[in-house]
Design a protein around this ligand. Structure first.
Ligand code: UGA
Length: 472
């Protein structure tokens, strides 16, 4: 099928590469001419496993890039809209990019085309897109608008796209539903997975071939918002439980294991920490609440989800203060700046927000992140942070070490070496990456989330109370 994808951000670029990978002829369009030029030159603008391979594999053959929607989009059977929907001041999604793309698409439609919303949008957006296209078409045109929300996560975007838990097609008639069924057929039939050179599924992934469900467009739009809001709710819930654990001296990791083993709840997205961040959850929880409000329902539960999330950072900051007493002039090693491990994205990163708060308190921060340092340096602007080339360099001579992002490499530190590098053997872990007794065994004071603080002096107590914990 001939496909145009408008927008070359995380969703647009990954979708373009993966749709080419499953056999379609794709043009990825963006109005940022510099970005298009970089993609044409062969650069990969985001840190994403398998993406460079797929771009190299298909660039110039099944995958092209263009800065001109009117020209490149002509003749496409399917046009995906994958542009940004940033939040406005009051939490609504700003749909002006979606609208301007719809206008342009309307002006150049020819034969029957399905226009598909891929961006996360409020319910009713399909109706608006339909209206804008009709109003801007020079003559009556044959088209449908469908919703096909994307559930990929940053860091695992390519495998999430190719091995999804489910594919949701929101279509209000059989004709458009059948176009999207055909488009995803290489995945739903399982044909892609037997293809030579197919990207392999990571261990522990979903069953495949994936199910494809067809819903109304409004239901599909709601499925996306409800999914993200529910996942954010799960995280805030476990963070609130972690706070109760701290108050009563229980161990949240043990509680997570016990709760997560209930198959109705499941262990995933139950990791306590310094709260969720990124370009999706914070924005989508706000937007979903705004959608509900506009429809006459006050979804107050979502306000609480956001409040708990914001509070989680403040609590961690208080822990740093309680552990180090005064902060001014303290030298802190920070591991992690990205909003989660496996990505260089720092948007709404709790780690970065904490670094900024520590700088305001007069701390001297030396940070290390395997991928996000350049972006963080740009974002921090005038704020002075030194960047280290590795975790031990960051720790050298520091008053304490803070783990703020769950990069896999931070879970495998040489604790003896770490203790030797630090001026004071103190680790504050916002992601619960270690077993307290392992830290104590290396002479480290260990402060984490939802578990008792362990100091080498009360190591016996740590040994007695902390069995191995299961992690998601
Ligand atoms: C999220 C959803 O997981 C995707 O399904 C969705 O497609 C995407 O948003 C989107 O709407 O585009 P993403 O933001 O890439 O994906 O990252 P997640 O892996 O969901 O993590 C989000 C945040 O929650 C991170 O800050 C992470 O550290 C935090 N988190 C996650 C926790 O604090 N605890 C957990 O147990 C899981």
């Amino acid at each position: 099928m001939r496909i145009a994808v408008v927008g070359s951000g995380y969703v647009g670029l990954v979708a373009s590469a993966c749709l080419a990978e499953i056999g379609h002829d794709v043009v990825c369009i963006d109005n940022d001419q510099q970005k298009v030029a970089a993609l044409v030159r062969g650069e990969t603008p985001i840190h994403e496993q398998f993406l460079p391979e797929l771009l190299t594999r298909h660039r110039g053959s099944r995958l092209r890039f263009s800065g001109n929607l009117a020209e490149a989009g002509r003749g496409a059977h399917v046009v995906f809209i994958a542009v940004g929907t940033p939040p406005t001041e009051n939490g609504d999604a700003d749909l002006s990019y979606v609208e301007s793309v719809s206008r342009e698409v309307g002006q150049q439609l020819g034969d029957y085309t399905v226009i598909v919303e891929k961006s996360t949008v409020p319910v009713y957006t399909c109706e608006w897109v339909r209206r804008v296209i009709s109003l801007n078409a020079p003559s009556p045109v044959d088209f449908d608008v469908a919703s096909n929300p994307e559930f990929l996560r940053e860091g695992t975007a390519v495998t999430d796209f190719l091995y999804p838990d489910r594919i949701v097609v929101g279509a209000d008639n059989d004709r458009s539903a059948s176009v999207l069924r055909t488009l995803y057929e290489p995945l739903t039939s399982g044909a892609y997975y037997t293809q030579p050179g197919a990207i392999k599924q990571p261990s522990g992934g979903a069953d495949f071939p994936p199910p494809l469900i067809v819903t109304s467009t409004k239901s599909a739009e709601l499925i996306k918002h409800a999914s993200n809001a529910f996942l954010a709710l799960k995280i805030s819930f476990i963070n609130a439980v972690a706070n109760v654990c701290e108050a009563v001296g229980a161990d949240v990791e043990q509680v997570c294991t016990g709760v997560g083993l209930d198959s109705r709840i499941g262990p995933r997205f139950l990791r306590p920490g310094i709260g969720y961040g990124g370009s999706c959850f914070p924005k989508d929880v706000l937007a979903f609440r705004a959608v509900a409000r506009d429809c006459g329902y006050d979804f107050r539960l979502l306000e609480e989800v956001t409040r708990i999330n914001d509070d989680q950072r403040q609590r961690f900051l208080r822990k740093v203060r309680n552990t180090l007493w005064t902060l001014k002039g303290k030298r802190l090693a920070v591991l992690g700046l990205a909003f989660k491990g496996g990505t260089d994205d720092i948007r709404e990163s709790p780690a970065l927000a904490l670094v900024q708060a520590l700088l305001r308190e007069g701390c001297d921060v030396v940070a290390y992140d395997p991928a996000a340092a350049d972006r963080a340096r740009e974002e921090l602007g005038g704020d002075i942070v030194r960047f280290a080339k590795g975790p031990y360099e960051a720790a050298r001579g520091a008053d304490a070490l803070l783990i703020l992002t769950d990069w896999e490499e931070f879970a495998r530190l040489d604790l003896e070496r770490l203790a030797g590098e630090l001026k004071y053997p103190i680790v504050l872990d916002g992601r619960n990456m270690y077993r307290p007794e392992d830290m104590a065994a290396h002479g480290l004071t260990y402060v984490s989330v939802g578990r008792a603080t362990i100091t080498p002096l009360n190591r016996r107590a740590a040994m007695a109370s902390s069995p191995a914990t299961a992690r998601d």
